[in-house]
Design a protein around this ligand. Structure first.
Ligand code: TZP
Ligand code: MG
Length: 221
């Protein structure tokens, strides 16, 4: 019965082409404006990542999440919540993204069911293997390049892990993350990523629509 089954992996892959991540601290402008412009430019999935110094909490966080989810829904863009499974459930978000210090994909799957998108950040072949075994729908691999958007980022690893995983025949949908711009994204895609995920290259751009359009173009192969 299709409605009971796992999400279509190829549909997830397609949505990963131009993955925009943002919270209120990532832009000097209102997040809703930036998101609307990024979607106009062609981003294909959005992650609400309300983290770092000055991040909203409590009702303010929930309220912003609802506003951004509404913009995503109006445009058919999947809305993913970083880390906060309670928020994801409360909002009936399209999925959750977790890191290695968060709840496991196995527990997320049990709580969210089969119809939600579960993403996991992985940095080593072992973390990749575990995430797949736990039922992740896609992986975020990085940091590919140096980033200033994450305080506790792991060491930069370039595209080698993405390349090695694909060479080994690991087919799970994958995005590169960390310091990616429209100018340096090509090697990430060439290594085998289905798309790239970015914060600052869009959230910090003078014109988020134009910046997003550059990624949307790149990812069409
Ligand atoms: N995880 C690894 S690097 C990173 C996250 C959340 C930050 C990516 O932000 P930017 O601005 O695209 O480098
Ligand atoms: Mg996390």
């Amino acid at each position: 019965i299709p409605s009971e089954g796992r999400l279509d992996s190829e549909a997830v892959r397609t949505h990963l082409r131009a993955y925009f991540i943002m919270g209120s601290v990532n832009s000097r402008r209102p997040a809703a404006e930036v998101l609307a412009e990024a979607i106009a430019g062609g981003v294909t999935i959005f992650q609400f990542r309300e983290k770092g110094a000055g991040a909203l909490t409590g009702e303010a966080k929930i309220s912003l999440a609802r506003e951004l989810q509404g913009i995503c829904r109006a445009h058919g863009v999947p809305f993913i919540v970083n880390d906060d499974i309670e928020l994801a459930i409360e909002l009936d978000a399209d999925g959750v993204h977790v890191g290695q210090d968060d709840e496991s994909a196995r527990v997320l799957r049990e709580r969210l069911g089969s119809r939600k998108i579960i993403g996991v950040s992985a940095h080593t072949p072992e973390e990749v293997r575990q995430a797949i075994e736990d039922g992740a729908d896609y992986l975020g691999i990085g940091p590919v390049y140096p980033t200033s958007s994450k305080d506790d980022a792991r060491p930069v690893q370039g595209t080698v892990l993405i390349h090695n995983l694909r060479t080994e025949g690991i087919a799970i949908p994958m995005v590169g993350i960390g310091g990616i711009t429209a100018e340096n994204a090509s090697p990430v895609l060439a290594a085998g990523a289905d798309g790239v995920s970015v914060i600052s290259a869009i959230a910090g751009a003078d014109d988020p629509r134009v910046a997003a359009a550059a990624f949307a173009r790149l990812a069409i192969r």
